[in-house]
Design a binder for this molecule. Sequence first.
Ligand code: FES
Length: 138
Amino acid sequence: MFISEYTEIEKNGLKFLKAIRSDKLVEKKGYLLEFDDDIDMQLAIFRIKGELFCLSNICLHRHASEIYNGIIRDNTVTCPLHGWSYNYRTGENVNTKNGKACLKTYQIFEENNYIYIEKPEIKIPKWRDINYDYNEDN
Ligand code: FES
């Protein structure tokens, strides 16, 4: 689905999309939300101990779209491919030897049996920009 096809609401001055039904989000099992606007516009949604979290699904290591399949432990989600771990509240990469990179996080809430996520901005990721400096994040 394209972003423009979602029902949009405003709350606290931010725009949110009515993303999925609440029963689709199972405790500690990530849900992948993809948008047809761009192949790298993907979000990973989690319900952990009753709290909701939403992060970019694109790992900052090799840009694999696997965060939703990550292992949840000690306030982190760990990419299943090579083990980069991110704080699921802040998106921060917890192993600083991998640099200071941070996954983008999005606000999320649940209301009337639906999960709402902060409307993401569609833009080409910097690693697909031909002028991108790979040393910038590390
Ligand atoms: S792609 Fe995620 S750790 Fe390598």
